[in-house]
Design a protein around this ligand. Structure first.
Ligand SMILES: [Zn+2]
Length: 467
């Protein structure tokens, strides 16, 4: 009891420091967004430099789209910051913890009971965040994306998707967490090494099974049909010894008309995935009226999608797609993927080590309203989410800076493959299809942009091209 009273001032300091830091980050980001909105409002004419690559109509459309998105994120950000603060101030975490105890019918105090209570807590917490987040994502999809012509989902598809996502998350989260808690309990002095190894294995397993077993639950993947594009992709992969095994087209057009491409897989088993919205000849959005998408063996979700043909052609032609892939494969050839994995694993090791140092401190639990118990799951949450938050902010900023460097390097790689002019026009088309706004506030883009602004990328491609 006396110890608790002595710990109280420290606990209070921790609590207010966490809350204060959270609001500092919030205000900083709100300030950056305000600067960026000022750019959206004031830049009403296409800047001279962009005259050749962006017409007035697209420019105005993208300006309005980005302005709507920014206003939306102002309100949703304010909401979630307020919600988070209220949860902390009103003792939402200890409340949910005791509710979880009631729900799971806890009858004892052994480690096995703590795990049961922890799992109920996790389910309740994810359910709470899914339910409170739902109105916001409905508004974003069916008001903002819809208004600007991106949304391709019906409400039925959207809700079914949300339920599926929740179920799949539970199926992964619950067993993984119970094993992790168990390892921490029995791991002894070096539990942080075992815990880290365990999360490393889990992430490797997830990466391996994600594409074959998880992603297909949500989207339809079809192999790219034989033809010129496929042959060209295979030739290009071979020329840089990329161990390509399969090329897939994912039906992204069921969700939205935003476009993308990526690769995945381990070692000698790599696959490339292209969004159908990226492919000029393949995108259902380019097909008019009654015409149905090529593939007729569609599943039950087809009736729920509402593919709306766009007036203008969307996507890239084959040489441009190859240039985009040249950039993507550049990330692989230059070791960006491996570097990112190494960084994230080093970070995860460091965090588990610091967790091991801090978990015994009862003032951390006191700070968040846990007066007479120190559940491991709550400790994980407090330390990883709250105590590490300044470090997490710094790390995410550094990773954003690094990502922009990688993007330039991958562009230069595509350029060295002789694809500069195709990449140049692909970047312009993609920016147009996705209604990216080409003017950015320097501070906002420095903090948030994982990709360099369009103009900088085009300049880099152009400059070297002249050499
Ligand atoms: Zn890239």
């Amino acid at each position: 009891m006396i110890q608790t009273i002595l710990d109280q001032p420290v606990a209070n300091q921790i609590f207010y420091a966490v809350l204060g830091f959270s609001w500092t980050v919030y205000l900083w980001e709100a300030y950056l967004s305000y600067r960026q909105r000022r750019i959206y409002r004031s830049t009403t004419q296409v800047p001279q430099e962009l005259g050749k690559i962006m017409d007035t109509e697209t420019f105005e459309k993208s300006r309005r789209y980005q302005l709507d998105k920014s206003n939306f994120s102002f309100w949703s950000g304010l909401y979630s910051e307020t919600e988070g603060t209220l949860i902390l101030v009103l003792g939402g975490i200890p409340f949910l913890w005791s509710l979880a105890g009631t729900v799971s019918g806890r009858f004892g105090f052994g480690p096995e009971y703590e795990i049961t209570q922890s799992l109920s807590f996790l389910t309740l917490a994810t359910l709470f965040s899914a339910v409170t987040g739902l109105p916001w994502s409905i508004y974003s999809t069916f008001v903002i994306e819809e208004k600007h012509g991106f949304n391709q989902q019906t409400l039925g598809f959207f809700l079914k998707d949300a339920v599926k996502k929740f179920a799949v998350t539970q199926c992964i989260l619950l067993p993984v967490t119970s094993l992790l808690l168990y390892i921490i309990k029995i791991g002894g002095d070096y539990f942080f090494i075992y815990a880290w190894l365990f999360t490393l294995c889990v992430s490797l397993v997830l990466v391996t099974i994600y594409a074959d077993y998880i992603a297909p639950l949500f989207d339809k993947f079809t192999p790219l049909p034989e033809g010129e594009l496929k042959t060209d992709i295979e030739t290009m992969a071979k020329s840089i010894s990329f161990p390509l095994t399969k090329v897939y087209v994912v039906e992204g057009s069921k969700r939205s008309s935003h476009s993308n491409a990526y690769f995945y897989g381990f070692f000698k088993n790599k696959r490339i995935v292209l969004f159908d919205t990226l492919l000029e000849d393949y995108s259902p959005l380019n097909k008019t009226g009654e015409e149905q998408p090529e593939n007729t063996e569609s599943d039950d979700t087809s009736s729920e999608s509402k593919v709306k043909p766009k007036n203008k052609k969307q996507g890239c032609n084959n040489p441009e797609i190859l240039a985009v892939l040249g950039h993507e494969l550049g990330h692989w050839k230059l070791g960006h993927t491996v570097k990112n994995i190494v960084i994230s694993q080093m970070n995860s090791f460091l965090c588990f080590f610091l967790f091991a140092v801090l978990i015994g401190r009862r003032e951390l639990f006191l700070a968040f309203g846990f007066h007479d118990s120190q559940p491991t799951l709550i400790g994980l949450m407090i330390i990883f989410q709250f105590i590490f938050s300044p470090y997490n902010e710094l790390l995410s900023f550094c990773l954003t800076v690094l990502s922009r460097r990688f993007e330039f390097q991958a562009d230069a790689f595509a350029l060295a493959m002789g694809k500069a002019s195709q990449l140049y026009s692909a970047l312009i088309k993609l920016n147009k299809d996705n209604l990216g706004f080409p003017v950015a506030d320097w501070l906002f883009s420095m903090w948030h942009y994982s990709h360099p602004p369009l103009l900088e990328r085009l300049r880099a491609l152009g400059n070297v091209k002249q050499d």
